[in-house]
Design a binder for this molecule. Structure first.
Ligand code: TTP
Ligand code: MG
Length: 361
């Protein structure tokens, strides 16, 4: 199963400000050179109707939306990261093997979970979609297939809020009519070469002479494309070795230099981070606190712990010490406070469970 959040950054912006929902929303990376220099990160589907796309220069998006009441916002990675983190924790609970492949995308190998039954898989996907909507007010698109390749294409084919199931016996029929560019691994350049060979659809590719394919793309390339065109893909869903970090940040009711007020807020964040740690069977080796000061400057302080721990007491007392030091190093009041743990790894118990699972045929 591939789960991909719809127009993620723009949808996240709609969630925290629902009043922009019925307008074109464009999230931008401003380069800062001139007021409108930079590129579009993503846009909601309404903006896409006007031709706005990821990667497009901001001035071009503005000209496409010239006569429309539309919203342009700068990217807020901290916020999207926090939303993404929470959703990844949620998704992980639904699967035995989990592979996050982007900020808003993950593969779930649910074969065992659903007894290899695609109808059960579909129900599970509906449940996941409902939970993401209930907890985060976000929609996603899900593709289910016999392997990663097909799941990915299935997720892309119906968006937003899509759910597409492709059973093994439907695979050929599903893939054949698709434009060649929709196959994983066929970028703009390869697409051009395929078209020049008369290959317009995935079906065309599956019927194409492998020898000729080899002479153009090499033996390995030809083998990959030939297999992919028939939906053959043996890549397992892989657990990423280590998550880099888990973090949370929040804005204080008012700017303050009162340690206790800041610590209280930080402790709530610690509890939140810590529940992820427990759910995912992790230990952490470093703790960081972060503060956005009243003048908008950002400060942080970190401590490396001796060994790995999942102890909330250690976490909280470290956060308190670090915040107290941080306050002493500045005369600014604090506006936002954040906590982060890093150098994560699986606890031995979780590691053992994973190994056992991997060994089960
Ligand atoms: P995508 O999943 O590719 O796009 P999306 O979620 O915006 O839209 P879709 O509904 O088609 O899935 O990328 C996830 C996020 O990554 C996206 O919200 C913003 C960011 N991004 C960029 O910053 N630049 C880019 O060129 C792309 C493609 C994505
Ligand atoms: Mg997406």
């Amino acid at each position: 199963m591939l789960v991909d959040l719809d127009y993620f950054f723009a949808q996240a912006e709609e969630v925290r400000n629902p009043s922009i929902r019925d307008k074109p929303v464009v999230v931008c990376v401003y380069s800062g050179r001139t007021a409108d220099s930079g590129a579009v990160s993503t846009a909601n589907y309404l903006a896409r109707k006007y031709g706005v796309k990821s990667g497009m220069p901001i001035f071009m998006a503005k000209s496409k939306l010239e006569s429309v009441d539309s919203i342009f916002l700068p990217v807020d990675h901290e916020y999207y990261d926090a939303v993404s983190d929470r959703i990844m924790v949620l998704l992980r609970r639904y699967t035995d093997v989990f592979e996050q492949v982007g900020i808003d995308e993950a593969y779930l190998d649910v074969s065992h979970r659903v007894d290899e039954d695609f109808a059960k898989g579909e129900l599970l996907a509906q449940q996941i979609k409902r939970e993401i909507t209930r907890t985060e007010h976000l929609t996603c698109s899900v593709g289910i297939g016999p392997n990663k390749l097909v799941a990915k294409i299935a997720a892309d084919i119906r968006k937003p809020d899509g759910l597409t199931v492709v059973k093994p016996e439907q695979m050929r029929e599903f893939l054949a009519p698709l434009p060649i560019g929709s196959l994983l691994g066929v970028g703009k350049k390869t697409e051009k070469r395929m078209l020049s060979l008369g290959i317009r659809t995935v079906g065309d590719l599956s019927r194409f002479d492998v020898q000729t394919l080899s002479s153009v793309f090499g033996k390995n390339g030809a083998a990959y494309f030939h297999n992919a065109s028939m939906g053959i893909d043996e890549e397992p869903v892989k657990e990423a070795g280590e998550t880099e970090s888990i973090s949370r940040i929040a804005t204080l009711k008012e700017n303050t230099r009162d340690l206790q007020v800041v610590v209280d807020k930080a402790y709530a964040l610690c509890a939140d981070v810590h529940s992820d740690v427990l759910k995912r069977g992790l230990v952490f080796r470093s703790v960081t606190v972060l503060a956005v000061m009243a003048d908008m400057s950002v400060r942080n302080k970190s401590l490396s712990l001796g060994g790995g721990t999942s102890d909330i007491g250690v976490f909280k007392s470290t956060v308190k010490d670090l915040l107290s030091k941080l306050l002493k190093e500045s005369d600014q009041p604090i506006r936002r406070v954040g906590v982060k743990i890093a150098q994560l790894s699986k606890t031995e118990v979780a590691q053992e469970r994973l190994t056992k699972f991997l060994e089960t045929p």
